[in-house]
Design a protein around this ligand. Sequence first.
Ligand code: MN
Length: 314
Amino acid sequence: MGVPVAVHEALPARDVLLGRTTHVRRVLPNKTRRMIGAWCFLDHYGPDDIKATGGMWVPPHPHTGLQTVTWLFEGLGLHTDSLGSEQLIRPGQLNVMTAGHGICHAEVSPEDAPPRLHGVQLWVCLPDDVRDRTPADFTHLADLPTYTEGGVTLKVLVGDLAGERSPAPTFSPLVGAEVRLQPGSRASLPLDPAFEHGVLVVQGETVVDGEGLSANHMVYLGGGREGLELSVPETGEESVLMLLGGAPFEEEIVMWWNFIGRSHDEVVAQRNDWNGDGLAWTPPRYGVVEGFAGDRLLAPPMPNVRLRSRGREA
Ligand code: MN
């Protein structure tokens, strides 16, 4: 499979209810594009009033074969995991958890969280040669490489962009950045033509690659691009965008619930190792989130059909 060509395709988000009260806009996987590079999951949520939604409440749950990337625009979160990490999640700070063979974590709104919560939850698929690695790292980066010029601010979450490189651990060629543009400003971002890219507009009307895009819309841009033009009208508000890109991920994967494997049977085993299914549950694979005040989240029943492995395009 070759490098994808430049395109301009809308990736419509769908509304997903998480728990009882939290609505998210799920952009990846999408009907037509399941991945952008190794980015295989993107939920955009808020801004929500946590007094109305109850805030973030995700009890301990497992992951396999992926990295979680947590990024807030507003609010405060608390991450705890089976490595013993305990980390406040603040806007503009990066948190990357590399699951490998198995890990579990919880994310909640701490008691002193401000009322508004707004963020994205991303997953990065790990390539076959590293996906079973021992989970050893939770990475918190309070200060990311930042590039500022003429009303444009880039924060590089992973990979490199505009001469700035993030120290976050990656296992395939990847880029992720938050881009802010003041009203009346424009940017010409240099892109790697070997990557495919997509842009999510988080806030503000923005002209992306020549077309106006409003908040909560995402566009898939394909590959083969040396650069990307962005601009915001004088009369607009500050724009906030997420740029995601990477080398096309050519492995076929099975993604189900919080697991990524390569076959139906492998995901069944990942699920059974978490749920226990009638056996006295021991947690050697995923460990335990010590001190969590509540039950862990069990996986739902497997579907009645066998899960098929799928590529990056639908
Ligand atoms: Mn998770």
